[in-house]
Design a protein around this ligand. Structure first.
Ligand code: AMP
Length: 579
């Protein structure tokens, strides 16, 4: 470990002040390597992953080179995803906390042009964004890079992988020539295509390579399971039902996955929430405090969103999606087993992803232990055992006469054995309604599952299968169908596929606006022009009014009780995706 301090790096006082505020003690290796040459005006190539401190490695020199008096765009950070752009801009805003006159604008597709155009017009000096939107703004004449002093290509390998190579060329061509500007290129890997970009756009760069943090905590049990894609959600819930850890973090790849998986878990009765890189700092803090105080047990997160999380209750990390880079695995599992605490990590690999397993094992230099996903029977057993351990206490506290009487009466009138009654009560308490039912009650809420056991003993959740794999599968339901047992009402809302609606958004609107809990929500069928939602009870007029005013994709939900299938629905012409 280097003993270099930030004070040795010739950074301006305003930045040292911000570094102090953030509590950074020492520069990370990428910072120690990149900051001095960038301050001198050299180009650099940094081989470094997310989590190494690379944002400050380029952000601090970038802020040093920007003149707050000038209202031209002086620095551009290109990022492959909007999530990363938002995250980097946010970090740079924090570094610039004591730099008056500095303005940073984040630009990415899918967001309104208006605030981006206004910020540029008002003289933002630093632009952080994704290539497509940057080109749009250049073409609109709103973004001029002729005064650029520093260009950062962040996650360059990811940008090429996502097909932004030409866009990067186009953007660089409107900036001053290499040599007339400082260029920093960061990439997790160095394939030949990136070497080519570096040769073309950088002059005599300083190479800084940071060894990935390859060791994982020793007190961390690292396991994996092979789970077919379509069984992942069912497997996830069974792992979570049988966890012994207080709280868990579930890693997914995209923001949409975070929404979808957290909505599914909420419906299954977990105290779950999703978090992705673009949540506000205050929302993030709220989620972290809910995790700490136990009002949240499962956090579904993207890599970016989970950076820096350190919550003691998090004893279990589940990689629902395998991380893209083996190195990210180390960062993900680092969310648990911290500071000597015990932790467990479980990574789902689909059968096709076995090669990724080897890559991770090579990096951490140890094998992961294969484990089986708990079967439904094991879930019931786990929960029943847990319940049984609480009973001696309950027996000790007394006042059971009423129940003795009821049991005796039942036994007398029906001849049913008390042991059978006890077994049935236990089964019911853990949500096991017997082989013919498909609704499951697990104390905290109704578990919305239609499940069968396949040939491999793997539990299959039909509702989830259709949700995750909707493109490949048609709905099994063409015509009218009864409301699933346990749900008494079906409501129709006037948004459907044409509005790009996702089940998570419907769950969010109904639970958020209507005061309905996730466990009161049953099946959601999304049709092209409308959707059907099952609820366990009637919605009050006020709740329906509030939900009806909510919009998805610009269209009001206008919820009302479903009056039955229309002709084309009955004829099976409309295809729904069910969730
Ligand atoms: P990055 O790789 O830039 O995304 O940074 C990863 C995380 O490390 C962020 O949460 C940073 O705030 C944090 N970080 C960056 N540099 C340092 C440092 N020198 N000391 C402590 N934490 C840091």
């Amino acid at each position: 470990m280097s003993t270099l301090s930030f004070d040795d790096l010739s950074l301006p006082d305003a930045l040292l002040h911000a570094i102090f505020d953030m509590g950074y003690d020492q520069p990370t290796p990428i910072q120690a390597g990149a900051i001095p040459p960038l301050l001198e005006g050299r180009d650099i190539v940094g081989i470094a992953q997310t989590g190494t401190g690379k944002t400050a490695a380029f952000g601090l020199p970038l802020l040093t080179h920007v003149d707050p008096q000038s209202r031209h765009v002086q620095a551009l950070v290109l990022a492959p995803t909007r999530e990363l752009a938002i995250q980097s801009a946010k970090a740079m805003g924090t570094f610039a906390a004591h730099c008056p006159g500095i303005s940073i604008v984040t630009v990415y597709g899918g967001a309104s042009y208006v605030p981006q155009l206004r910020a540029l017009k008002d003289g933002a000096q630093i632009v952080v964004g994704t290539p497509g939107r940057i080109i749009d703004l250049i073409e609109k004449g709103a973004l001029n890079l002729t005064q650029l002093r520093m260009l950062v290509l962040d996650e360059a390998d990811e940008m090429l992988r996502m097909g932004f190579a030409d866009d990067v060329e186009t953007i660089a061509a409107t900036a001053p020539e290499p040599g007339e500007r400082i260029t920093a290129l960061f990439s997790a890997t160095m394939p030949p295509a990136i070497e080519r970009v570096a040769r073309e756009h950088l002059i005599d760069p300083v190479d800084i390579s940071v060894a990935p943090q390859a060791s994982t905590a020793e007190n961390l049990e690292q396991t994996y399971a092979i789970v077919p894609f379509k069984h992942k959600l069912g497997a996830l819930s069974r792992v979570l039902w049988t966890r012994t850890e207080d709280a868990a973090i579930v890693f997914v790849r995209t923001r949409a996955d975070a929404d979808e998986v957290s909505a599914d878990l909420t419906q299954r009765g977990f105290k779950a929430a999703g978090i992705s890189g673009d949540v506000s700092q205050s929302e993030r803090e709220r989620i972290v405090s809910r995790l700490r105080d136990g009002s949240l047990d499962v956090l579904v997160a993207t890599d970016v969103a989970a950076r820096g999380l350190d919550v003691e209750r998090l004893g279990l990390v589940i990689n629902f999606d395998v991380p893209r880079e083996a190195e990210a695995y180390v960062h993900r599992v680092g969310r648990t087993g911290r500071a000597g605490r015990e932790g467990r990590a479980l990574t789902f690999f689909t059968p096709r992803e076995r090669s990724r397993l080897r890559a991770i094992e090579r990096l951490i230099d140890m094998p992961l232990v294969e484990v089986a996903i708990p079967t439904p029977r094991e879930v019931s057993e786990f929960q029943a055992r847990r319940l049984l351990t609480t009973l001696p206490e309950r027996i000790k506290s007394g006042r059971l006469e009423l129940y003795f009487e009821l049991l005796a009466e039942m036994s007398d009138t029906t001849g049913i054995h008390i042991e059978d009654v006890a077994a049935a009560l236990l089964a019911q308490a853990v949500g096991d309604r017997g082989p013919d039912s498909y609704h499951d009650q697990r104390g905290t809420g109704r578990v919305r599952r239609e499940e069968t056991v396949d040939d491999n003993g793997v539990f299959v959740s039909a509702s989830f299968e259709e949700g995750r794999d909707a493109k490949k599968r048609k709905s099994r339901r063409g015509g009218a169908r009864p409301v699933s047992s346990g749900f008494s009402r079906r409501y129709r809302i006037e948004v459907g596929h044409r509005d790009g609606v996702k089940p998570g958004a419907i769950v969010g609107a109904i639970t958020g606006e209507g005061g309905v809990t996730g466990s009161d929500l049953g099946k959601i069928d999304i049709f092209p022009n409308f959707s059907l939602v099952e609820l366990s009870g009637e919605l009050s007029d006020q709740a329906a009014g509030r939900i009806g005013r909510a919009t998805i994709g610009g269209r009001r939900l206008r919820i009302r009780e479903d009056t039955g299938p229309s002709r084309d629905h009955r004829a099976g012409k409309r295809r729904a995706r069910s969730y």
